[in-house]
Design a protein around this ligand. Sequence first.
Ligand SMILES: Cc1ncc(COP(=O)(O)O)c(C=O)c1O
Length: 509
Amino acid sequence: MQFLLHHNVIIQAIAGNHHEILEQCRDVKSAGWVLSNSLATIHSHLSKTMEMDEAHDALKKALQGIPVASLTGTDLVETPPSADLDYLDSLAVRTVEVFKLDGIITLKPKVFAESEIRAFPPGELTQVLEEGLASIEKVPILDIPATYPQMWNDVEHEMFKVVRSGHFILGPKVEELEEQIAGYTQAPYAVGVSSGTDALLLALMAADIGPGDEVITTPYTFFATAGSIVRTGAKPVFVDIDPITFNMDVQKIEAAITPQTKAIMPVHLFGQCVEMPPLLELADKHKLLVIEDAAQAIGSEYLERRAGGMGDFGCFSFFPTKNLGGFGDAGLVTTRSKEFYEKLKILRVHGMEPKYYHSMIGGNFRIDALQAAIILAKLIHLENWIDDRRNNAQRYHRLFRKFALSDQFSLPMEIFPRHVYNQYVVRVHYSQRDELKEYLNSRNAGCEIYYPLPLHLQECFKDLGYKKGDFPEAERAAGETLALPVSNEVTQEQQQWVIEKIRAFISSH
Ligand SMILES: Cc1ncc(COP(=O)(O)O)c(C=O)c1O
């Protein structure tokens, strides 16, 4: 839950009263925000009994790990005057409303009696949290604002630095992101682009893949994987998946290689790596390029090598639902080749080098500096978030076993550590997957089917000549899988609540 800390609480906490409230509000489960407009009030209060710099230090120390909520100019202008509240308290009410907080922690709750928001003193926080846990009403598959308290100050600061600079496309922030992600993924070079889809398309273009070429990939993935192959004029050649990992079955690749094959595009689906060593060996033997679709797998590892850093290219997505998501569309291509790196950079800007001279046809694949700044500010949390996701996955495992649900479901297995659980996908072992999904969704328990129709059966790919039955494991997975909320912000209590709903469904059928 998230609350606003009234300035009277912060003043008292610095004075040594209710000091534990700040500690409690540094926890993501009971995050406390402070209203930026109240900082001057707190400061001038402290200055009555302290030197100016002492007051400044005390305030800075108290606010460590506490996000600062700033209202926009329009919020301020539109905040109506109130007969009961002074201006700062009216702004506090507005902050609770616009940031969708769960209430205000204040020494004088009665002041807010006429407002719509919940107001309570610091001593009641534990009770409010307990009540909140006892009355969970919904668990979305992903709740992005729930992670804001951890990173808000850094993200906001970096965003506004970009806006103030007036430099919005490419530039130093993008270069910094490229350097950081190259280091993180263990790839020598990285090129920031406009989306994960464009990362795939750009990698294929840099590899000169086009009409007459074939690229081997999986039919059980997001559309962009095969869509980008077709957009170059090349043909996607599918091989079936391994039923345990949901990733392409590496044993089936060799039989699909023809003289036209130019590349293999493995997809590290849901956050677990494809079995890369035999795939890389095969690619080497047949002189094929390897373009990793690591859109769902940043931070995933295979024998300590990172997703996207093993093939010739690694393609990443920073779509908001990914483990490292921007506030919009963005992506990135890594590569191990300096030559490909130079080409990717030129193709990213319409094949232009030098300015207004075009030796090849590229496109607008540019990433904007705002996304780069946001992703960089979030990157420092990624390892912790991966740990949280992995812990959540383990907790689901325990809960499914504890309630003897293992007969009805099979759980995702970590065959190649480390799985980063962009999705926690179970198989529903009886023919009621769609009914279960409807049941859970209608009770506000988030769940999603990734993906209901494999790519070889998609209408737009019918010219490829595939038919039902060609890839039985991909088809079976499409009919059985269901993703549950596993993201880093999902709490133990929320997972228990989701499992309760699943149990209720099972017992009613
Ligand atoms: C496996 C896979 N490939 C490619 C993409 C495309 O990324 P984006 O949505 O950033 O274009 C996604 C994103 O959903 C994905 O999951």
